[in-house]
Write a protein that binds this ligand. Structure first.
Ligand code: 8YV
Length: 322
């Protein structure tokens, strides 16, 4: 009998065929869509980055051995609980770096040049003469970018900043990144110096207990009044209430946000009342090509974990041996 696999994501035909050949696949949108008798025998789970998975969900999945998530971030998974239960988790690093870096620049440029606000202005029929000076934006080229979290995506952002926009690159990271320093003249600084100096502060750090509310009122107060904050990491890296206050008081100039404390963002969020905010629906990696590559890698991770016991891109390989 083929091992049982739960799939909570949409896959293309060839991905689905790869799985069907090896597993008894049960699909649904959420875990609660799957009948309990199928949950109780499932050995694998293919899911997305927003799934909450901890002790409570694991109790319904007593045979589970491996989870594969179509995301690089895995903060919604309780890794300690998974490891205690002997369940491995693999993710999809690497294949989304360039797309997410493009999204960072889309947000930086949108905020700096007021793209969304002015596109709406044209659509509303307000373009009747020359542009009032009050609508002028600010430059991105030759400014200073501060990258918080210099991983693979940070490197892709730094490359664009240095070569494409002639920007000075500052970064804050647990470890120095000599490659970033050699290739992009990036300078490692502490978070306070980065916040005080950067014209664009870009958050790329994973959400952990250390980075929860890394950017709160005190940190926002260090930023220049002309600075723009960009978050494509996770909403809770920022204290959102403090950010709203800083934007309302104009102690920073704007924010480009792809991620939020609560997703989907509520229609009545104060963020949506602020013209200097560009809010996107968590699309950092959402291009057809990149989402397909992420799904492909997640399918491969699942197959390798369950059939070959190969743990590539696994965040807790030690769990296997329990
Ligand atoms: C995911 C993301 O697509 O990879 C991540 O961590 O945030 C996105 O690229 C999203 O989590 C949906 O799975």
């Amino acid at each position: 009998m083929k091992p049982s696999l739960i799939v909570l994501v949409a896959l293309n035909d060839s991905q689905r065929q790869r799985l069907d050949a090896l597993f008894e696949v049960h699909s649904g949108k959420q875990l609660c869509d799957i009948p309990s008798e199928q949950l109780s025998v499932a050995q694998g789970l293919l899911a997305h980055g927003g799934l909450t998975l901890g002790e409570e969900q694991l109790a319904q999945l007593p045979q589970l051995k491996a989870i594969s998530t179509i995301s690089v971030g895995y903060d919604s998974y309780d890794i300690e609980a998974l490891s205690r239960a002997g369940v491995t988790l693999s993710h999809t690093p690497g294949v989304l770096d360039e797309t997410v870096a493009d999204s960072v620049f889309a947000l930086m440029l949108s905020c700096a040049r007021r793209i969304v606000e002015l596109a709406d202005w044209v659509r509303d029929g307000q373009w009747q003469g020359s542009l009032p000076k009050s609508y002028y934006g600010c430059d991105v080229h030759h400014k200073t970018i501060g990258i918080v979290g210099m991983g693979r995506i940070g490197m892709a952002v730094a490359r664009r900043a240095h070569y494409g926009f002639g920007m000075s690159v500052l970064y804050h990271n647990r470890h120095s990144k000599p490659m970033a320093e050699q290739q992009f003249a990036a300078r490692l600084v502490d978070l306070d110096e980065l916040l005080q100096t950067a014209d664009f502060v870009v958050l790329l750090t994973p959400l952990t207990t250390q980075t929860f509310h890394l950017i709160a009122a005190a940190q926002l107060a260090m930023m220049k009044p002309s600075a723009i904050l960009v978050n494509v990491a996770r909403g809770d890296v920022i204290d959102e209430a403090a950010l709203i206050e800083a934007l309302q008081q104009k102690t920073i100039a704007g924010a480009g946000l792809d991620v939020f404390h609560q997703e989907p963002l509520a229609n009545d969020s104060a963020l949506l009342k602020l013209p200097q905010v560009v809010a996107l629906p968590h699309i950092g990696s959402a291009t057809t090509q990149t989402r397909a590559a992420m799904s492909e890698l997640a399918v491969t991770n699942m197959i390798e974990a369950l059939t070959l016991r190969q743990l590539n891109h696994c965040v807790n390989p030690h769990a296997w041996h329990r």
